[in-house]
Design a protein around this ligand. Structure first.
Ligand SMILES: NC(=O)c1ccc[n+]([C@@H]2O[C@H](COP(=O)([O-])OP(=O)(O)OC[C@H]3O[C@@H](n4cnc5c(N)ncnc54)[C@H](O)[C@@H]3O)[C@@H](O)[C@H]2O)c1
Length: 265
């Protein structure tokens, strides 16, 4: 893989950021974006990210490994998870629930300032269509076990902010294609068109989550993350604009550049 150009902004104060899921489709791109902004990025994943100098290989089930990973960190972006619906007991429980639990406790004990956690647009699928575009304050209504683990992550994040003074952002991530056929699938679905989240918009979004002064310590926010919708909007982006200054730039018609080979299942 080619080396990335570093476009360090001298006005940005470099932060020490831990990205879990750093070898994943979103994680690899977010790591690139943060490095380009001059932040120190530490990865944590079962799989190596060969673009990172500070890359810790470990499992989300291993609390000691997570403790080592959060040591000296200002902000954790927790993306590591199983990213689709699957058997709860056999597949989802350990990475999505126990892993999230370990990350929250490690963040609290290490006094990390901010946690940015990956929720999903899928927490909204049981809500009434008439409520579209969905706002974060409209609640959640999961219809599968994967989405239920993401509601649990949001609640765990809210408690971490309220009880332990951490600044927490839960991102309801739209649809980030992880391999080229996803684009075809997404373009054939009216909902898909309205929840597309491009690689570059996701990079900008998570960079803002690191650099934004808000949320303050003890403040919890849920933000919807998507690009410009190509059909009736599914998620309302007002909170993301107001809290972190996010403005989507891409539309599904712009396509995607596949700067990485597709991730494995
Ligand atoms: N891609 C999307 O459209 C989408 C939409 C909504 C939410 N999300 C969420 O965003 C996050 C990142 O998604 P992605 O698309 O990059 O998925 P991905 O599968 O490409 O990346 C997830 C990463 O987590 C790592 N991981 C999984 N279990 C682990 C474990 N036990 N220990 C250590 N590492 C482990 C995997 O190795 C992988 O690199 C996930 O939390 C996912 O649920 C993704």
């Amino acid at each position: 893989m080619g080396a990335r150009v570093r476009e360090v902004d001298p006005a940005v104060e470099g932060k020490r950021v831990l990205v879990t899921g750093s070898a994943g489709a979103i994680g690899r791109r977010v790591c690139d974006a943060l490095l380009a902004r001059g932040h120190h990025v530490r990865g944590f994943d079962r799989v190596a990210n060969d673009r990172l100098e500070d890359d810790q290989i470990g499992d989300l089930r291993d609390r000691d490994a997570i403790d080592r990973a959060v040591d000296g960190i200002d902000c954790v972006i927790h993306l590591g998870a199983y990213r689709n619906d699957a058997d709860f007991m056999d597949v989802l429980l350990e990475p999505n629930v126990i892993g999230m639990y370990h990350v929250c406790n490690a963040v609290r004990e290490a006094r990390v300032n901010r946690l940015v956690l990956a929720s999903s647009v899928q927490v909204l699928t049981g809500l009434d269509e008439s409520q579209r575009p969905h706002r974060p304050e409209g609640g959640a209504a999961p219809t599968n076990d994967y989405a239920m683990t993401k509601v649990w992550a949001e609640v765990a994040g809210e408690m971490l902010a309220r009880c332990h003074g951490v600044s927490v952002i839960a991102v309801r991530i739209g649809w980030v294609p992880v391999r080229p056929p996803d684009m075809e699938k997404l373009q054939g679905s009216a909902t898909g068109l309205s929840i597309f989240f491009s690689h570059n918009d996701a990079k900008r979004f998570f960079t803002l989550c690191v650099e934004s002064p808000r949320p303050e310590s003890g403040e919890f926010v849920i933000l919807n993350g998507a690009s410009r919708p190509a059909s009736k909007p599914y998620m309302d982006l007002t909170a993301a604009r107001e809290v972190i200054g996010y403005e989507p730039q891409d539309n599904v018609a712009d396509g995607l550049d596949w700067d990485y080979p597709p991730v494995r299942d």
